[in-house]
Design a binder for this molecule. Structure first.
Ligand code: ATP
Ligand code: MG
Length: 428
């Protein structure tokens, strides 16, 4: 036998029954988006590489070492599997003049690709839900997107999720802070690691985001961006905080929260949990008023977040919130191959009337023994078996046998009039 081919490392198959949990989650997400007035966008998974190099910044983890980039062998175009969703959505908004008539509130669900070291909560193909509120500059919308995530935690039943908040101010404020930060870091250059030394002049703010434990004390004592914010930035931040306070949502101001991407300004936030080990951030986002211009569009303010679905579902499972499987209502038992045409007609009519019917699937030799079929009917979790026996068929009927309720009696129902009795079989 040939050697079986395996999936790419860090890229997972999502199989039943797990996939049921994903659908449950996605249903909750879609209901949430409807309630907040966010519309779905579906942009390509492959984009021109310069979109991310320009959009995320060259000195980011993603662009430096995490992108799946390749050359289109047909025409030589540099392409990249999207590592995140925002750049593509903004590209599409510019390309299709989506903000022509005002702001747009959008969301997406889909796979992202990053060449990272696979571990719990960190995969090479992973999935995000993201929201992008485009063309809205007010702090009310920052609060809105933050509170949408909160509403989703509630809808999922999740507990122990904390909000961290910071403001990155505007670029002139970051410039002033940057000068002070470089001066401080230069004074401590000997203590920096190689990564940080390299970033000292290209992107010193990112040094604050370092995961190196040896640098934590140094970073803790560094000049704080918050102290360089002007009146307008502080007012924006205060308005976001006031909205969170108004709904009683606690948060921790984390001055070291700078996010992985360079395009953020003003509000940045993360939703974190202590229950997932090292990969505790389940949702991160913020305002990115500069990105439209950076990507060649008319300037437009924007705010959004990205949520790691694998991490959220890990937490869902951790907290025992796994939704029960949804069994079919009915399992169709076929005593004899001759009954098949009328059985097919019946179950199709029931399905058209909205009933979940699992039809017994036979093999080349026919449907198999009744005993084996009832065993499968039982295992399926169905509440009824439909039995297409010769006696019933002879008088134009089918037997409906309750499988879960020993006290309930078997009845017969007329073929060809399924709509009149389909409701009896529905899920309670
Ligand atoms: P981290 O610091 O964990 O690497 P990040 O800042 O790179 O996160 P974002 O780019 O903000 O993450 O992506 C938003 C969310 O997507 C994260 O909060 C996380 O939940 C999820 N995420 C990011 N990278 C991965 C990955 N490789 N595998 C699974 N989920 C991920
Ligand atoms: Mg990362």
């Amino acid at each position: 036998m040939a050697e079986p081919i395996r999936a790419v490392k860090g890229m997972n198959d999502i199989l039943p029954p797990d996939s049921g949990r994903w659908e449950w989650f996605e249903d909750k997400v879609r209901a949430l988006m409807r309630r907040y007035g966010y519309q779905n966008v579906r942009v390509p998974i492959v984009e021109p590489t310069p979109l991310f190099v320009r959009g995320l910044g060259e000195v980011t983890d993603i662009v430096e070492k995490e992108m799946y980039s390749f050359v289109d062998s047909m025409n030589g175009d540099p392409l990249t599997l999207r590592p995140e969703g925002t750049a593509g959505v903004v590209r599409a908004a510019i390309e299709h003049s989506m903000l022509y008539e005002g702001g747009k509130r959008l969301y997406y669900i889909g796979p992202m690709f990053r060449h990272e070291k696979p571990q719990r909560g960190r995969y090479r193909q992973f999935h995000q839900v993201g929201v992008e509120a485009l063309g809205h500059g007010g702090p009310d919308v920052d609060a809105e997107v933050i509170l949408m995530a909160r509403a989703l935690w509630r809808d999922l039943g999740l507990a122990d999720v904390q909000l961290e908040l910071n403001s990155l101010g505007q670029s002139h404020e970051r410039q002033a802070h940057r000068q002070a930060l470089i001066a401080y870091l230069q004074a401590h250059e000997g203590e920096l690691d190689a990564d940080s030394r390299r970033r000292l002049h290209s992107n010193p703010l990112r040094i604050l985001d370092t995961k190196n434990p040896a640098l934590q004390a140094l970073v803790e004592a560094a000049p704080r961006l918050m102290d360089f914010l002007g009146e307008a930035s502080l007012a924006h931040f205060d308005a976001v905080r006031a909205a969170l306070d108004a709904v009683g949502q606690p948060y921790r101001i984390n001055p070291r929260l700078v996010r992985g991407m360079d395009y953020y300004n003003l509000t940045v936030f993360e939703w974190t949990t202590t229950q997932l080990g090292a990969q505790g951030t389940i949702c991160g986002g913020g305002r990115y008023d500069g990105l439209f211009e950076l990507l060649g569009g008319k300037p437009a303010p924007a705010v959004g977040w990205g949520m790691g679905i694998e991490r959220v579902l890990d937490l869902v499972q951790q907290q025992g919130l796994v939704p029960p499987p949804v069994p079919p209502s009915v399992y169709a038992v076929i005593p004899d191959a001759a009954a098949l045409p009328r059985a097919v007609a019946c179950v199709e009519a029931l399905r058209a009337a909205g009933v979940d019917v699992l039809m017994h699937a036979g093999g080349k030799e026919g449907p198999g023994s009744m005993k084996a079929q009832f065993k499968r009917a039982d295992a399926s979790g169905a509440r009824y078996a439909l039995v297409f026996g010769a006696d019933e068929l002879a008088v134009g009927e089918v037997a409906v046998k309750p499988l879960r309720d020993a006290a309930a009696a078997q009845v017969r129902r007329p073929l060809g009039a399924e709509a009149s009795w389909a409701a009896e079989l529905q899920h309670p």
